[in-house]
Design a protein around this ligand. Structure first.
Ligand SMILES: Cc1cc2nc3c(=O)[nH]c(=O)nc-3n(C[C@H](O)[C@H](O)[C@H](O)COP(=O)(O)O)c2cc1C
Length: 304
């Protein structure tokens, strides 16, 4: 039996359900064409903001027992340089490219999106509402329904291509935030970004990171992210993309059984640069074990 592992997030069609999550896919010819893309359905860019950002000082990555803490701090060269330096990579990329856009002050993010409109080959914008609202209370935009809705509405006003909104898992009520984002016209939800954690350096007895807290990703967060996918998928009609700790075919299928239409994998690539292929190779027997011959047929099966 031939098993179809293609996926679809709204109108964005993917030959595999595995999307390289934002922040882990290097901007180099080697990664944006050819073999490295085997098993990869789409690539998310690193964060893009209006002005360049230097990122955080001090240690930026710290391995933990079951994942990694990062404090990169949205370092990027700004949208204009992004277009100058990478538009050829984006245009020639054989899989859809998703532009990960930092939610800043509304006018700044709108300007970023306006500039990105001129870039050929961007299949969707992924609005990162997990960063602090500098004009508001400093909490991440995605923490409350009101600010998440405000962010989505601001982006929707200027971006007429597919708009994915990347949620923070830290909110107390992901279902309510998911509904608020859907109501403002998002085309898909990505559930979710990293979880706040910290580490102590036992040699110095001090926090590892200059900012003390950092974002936890990797296998440790998989059950947490799965729960957010389950809650969001039950709350909205738009597609949900599962993200957090996905590294095996079972993780991918689990996310899809819980209601995801595709998955993003990030930290998995640190351990296995071919994680996309590894996941795809393991999917057909799993799909067949549910008596199905298409990956899309298992979406939400756990809730039925
Ligand atoms: C080094 C690193 C950099 C990241 N940079 C971004 C970023 O720029 N924008 C964003 O939305 N998420 C960023 N993330 C979060 C990932 O895209 C993903 O949501 C998170 O790591 C959870 O998935 P994982 O457990 O598969 O890694 C970053 C993660 C890591 C580890």
């Amino acid at each position: 039996m031939t098993i179809d592992i293609s996926a679809k997030v709204g109108t964005v069609e993917l030959k595999s359900p595995v999307i390289a999550a934002s922040g882990v896919w290097p901007y180099s010819e080697e990664f944006w064409s050819g073999e490295k893309l085997e098993g990869i359905g789409a690539v998310c860019t690193k964060a893009i903001s209006l002005a360049p950002r230097r990122g955080n000082r001090g240690i930026r990555l710290w391995e933990t027992a079951a994942g990694v803490l990062n404090s990169i701090g949205l370092q990027n060269i700004g949208v204009k340089k992004f277009i100058e330096n990478y538009s050829k990579l984006v245009k020639n990329c054989p899989v859809p490219v998703i532009a990960n856009v930092v939610m800043e002050a509304a006018a700044d993010t709108q300007e970023t999106l306006r500039i990105l409109k001129d870039a050929d080959g961007i299949a969707a914008a992924e609005l990162n509402i997990s960063c602090p609202n500098a004009d508001g209370d400093g909490m991440a935009w995605g923490m409350s329904c009101i600010s998440a809705a405000e962010a989505t509405a601001a982006a929707r006003k200027v971006w007429n291509r597919p708009l994915w909104v990347k949620m923070t898992p830290q909110t107390a009520d992901p279902a309510a935030v998911a509904r608020a984002v859907e109501a403002e016209g998002a085309d898909a939800l990505v559930c979710s970004n990293t979880w706040l954690g910290m580490a102590i350096d036992m040699a110095s007895g001090k926090p590892v990171f200059d900012r003390v807290v950092a974002g936890l990703s990797g296998p440790a967060v998989f059950p947490l992210a799965l729960r957010v996918v389950w809650q969001a998928a039950a709350a909205v009609k738009i597609p949900v993309v599962g993200c957090g700790g996905v590294r095996t075919a079972s993780d991918c299928a689990g996310m899809m059984l819980a209601g995801a239409s595709a998955v993003e994998a990030g930290s998995a690539f640190f351990a296995d640069v071919n994680a996309g292929k590894t996941i795809c190779d393991g999917l057909p027997p799993l799909i067949a074990s549910y008596g199905k011959n298409r990956l899309s047929d298992i979406i939400g099966l756990a809730a039925k």
